[in-house]
Design a protein around this ligand. Sequence first.
Ligand SMILES: Cc1ncc(COP(=O)(O)O)c(C=O)c1O
Length: 378
Amino acid sequence: MDSFGQSTHAVRAGHHQFVDDQHSEALVLTSSYAFDDALDAAEKFAERRPGNVYVRFTNPTVRAFEERIAALEGAQDAVATGSGMAAYLAVSLAVLKQGDHVLLAEGIFGTTTKLFLTYLKKFGVSTTVLPVVDNPAWLKAIRPNTRMISVETPTNPLMRVADIGFLAQLARSHDAFLLVDNTLCTPIFQRPHVLGADLVVHSAGKFTGETRLIEAVKGVLRTVGPSLSPFNAWIFLKSLETLPIRMLAHNEKAAELVAWLSERDDVDAVHFTGSPTHPQAELVAKQQTGHGGLISFEIRGGQREAWRFIDGLRLVSNTTNIGDTKSMITHPATTTHGRLPADAQLAAGITPNLVRLSVGLEDTTDLMADLHQALRVG
Ligand SMILES: Cc1ncc(COP(=O)(O)O)c(C=O)c1O
């Protein structure tokens, strides 16, 4: 399958027919599996013989999803977890220990920052937060005990871009791992492993990497249990099948809205990696083949104007998810990044007038009409 394109991987990878030659992936809903005999049970428990043991760490539907996402990312293997944050926790438990140090990108999903600065700190893991665009700062901050470099690129919501190749080399030269959160671009528009990353994490609750790292994380899943349910894996499998065409459509509609918003007097700045004026356009072109549907923009005024705009929207939903087929608006300073202290928010560019729009698949003209009437309210 290695030579196939992304659309073929998206619909075929990980598909094994085992229930009456079923054409769609089977949803296997069982907690346990029967063994041939006592020796078979002992061998499978000890992982000397491949096979299913118990749903917390072995399930054919979940495995199909893992194989499909690994194929899309160009990774050796993948492991699925119950959420994106469960993936971060599982990888941290697998590769970090007391006394280790982490370099973490600034201005990323607030809960990821909270995990490192609050919870992992309790177990003796220290973290330095750095601006994602500042390569000399990363070079200066790395220490002998730095075990992991963790970035989101592009960052959410300000669309700043980390230099994956540079950070991969930096990590390698210090015997550390580079983890890249690829939620925004998805493997359709960016393949961090190909650029040198050791681990790739996604908000859909899975991550990919080299076999030895994935094996370590599977051990955590088996023992700690933040596993993905087979039913959710089946839904993800179905949704991966249309991911390539959906990403193109999200991208096209986002680009149209960005061009339109950039012309408006009531909008101060628009952030999108596909903007011709993006300050890192050269790096973007080097590592991304597209941009996806997430944009953010600054409403002229402050929080009052931003909130009035959000409350004035009639079609776009006020909710904090990203990547849905329905367009969604968020006020990051008081929601996704609300748990960050005010100075950390401002350092990361999360200003009170910033709104984040996840562009869905509605008609662009309908989205423009909705944004236009709400901007006039604000
Ligand atoms: C970029 C990014 N990474 C990770 C996460 C966490 O994923 P989850 O919500 O599945 O735990 C999110 C959540 O929105 C996210 O936006």
